[in-house]
Design a protein around this ligand. Structure first.
Ligand code: PXP
Length: 250
């Protein structure tokens, strides 16, 4: 079954817009996580950024205490955050690039350019019983490098796919890139997740992509929640995800 990890960073973004630097404030991402879980989400994803622009340290500790499902911590491959992750012990970390001026994670991780340090991070996480996923664009060289550094998972960056959605030709190209990337990753024994820019409209097209295990979705669910409530927004996404039949494989 295709699993849903709900990214709740946007809940914290809203809180920080009003209550930055304060001990309490709403909305509470931890409370939101509990609603997502009771609606059927299989996991919760948060990104603890170096600049702490949305999720704060206190949130990740509270989540660790309260989550009943899978805890996925997105993080940069940087010493400060690696130490926090090792102490915290989420189920899985997803290593992402971090650029201070971006609104959200923009590009994929350049695994080729930091093979040695990623190999070390993967080994340290493995020793601590934490799985690792690398967030990468559907580029064969990056996928091969991800397998070489010992990551058990990759998360395919679906941003270009989502951006191309309005243009039929581009959409086909980007979907095909993802199909090929997932096939290659599977042949290298990597588990394949996907995320970024996925929404209630483009998901069914993504379902051509084979071997998907988990989708990490944030913006569209939290946006829909403003109108229909978080519980319904998560349930609607899960309903669509039930249609996934494993992609275009013979
Ligand atoms: N996966 C990763 C690695 C991300 O960085 C993000 C964005 O924070 C997401 C998934 C979710 O993207 P979106 O908010 O566009 O659904």
């Amino acid at each position: 079954m295709l699993k849903l990890g709900v990214n709740i960073d946007h809940v914290a973004t809203l809180r920080e817009a009003r209550y930055r630097g304060r001990e309490t404030g709403e909305p509470d991402p931890v409370e939101a996580a509990a609603v997502c879980e009771s609606a059927g989400a299989h996991g919760i994803t948060v990104h603890l950024r170096k600049d702490r622009r949305h999720i704060q340290d206190k949130d990740v500790w509270k989540l660790k205490e309260t989550l009943k499902t899978r805890f996925n911590l997105e993080m940069a491959n940087k010493p400060e955050i690696i130490e926090i992750a090792l102490k915290l012990g989420p189920d899985i970390v997803c290593i992402v690039p971090e650029n201070r001026i971006e609104v959200t994670t923009e590009g994929g991780l350049d695994v080729l350019a930091q093979k040695e340090s990623l190999r070390e991070t993967c080994a340290r996480m493995k020793d601590a019983g934490i799985e690792v996923s690398l967030f990468i664009t559907p580029d064969p060289e990056q996928i091969k490098a991800a397998a070489e550094v010992g990551a058990p998972f990759i998360e395919l960056h679906t941003g270009a796919f989502a951006e191309s959605f309005h243009d039929e030709k581009l959409r086909l190209t980007e979907t095909e890139r993802l199909v090929n990337a997932a096939g290659l990753a599977h042949s290298l024994e990597l588990n394949v997740n996907a995320g970024h820019g996925l929404n209630y409209r483009n998901l069914r097209t993504l379902f051509h992509v084979p071997f998907l295990k988990e989708l990490n979705i944030g913006h569209s669910i939290i946006s829909r929640a403003v109108c229909v409530g978080l519980d319904s927004a998560v349930r609607e996404m899960l309903e669509i995800m039930k249609e996934y039949k494993g992609g275009d494989v013979e």
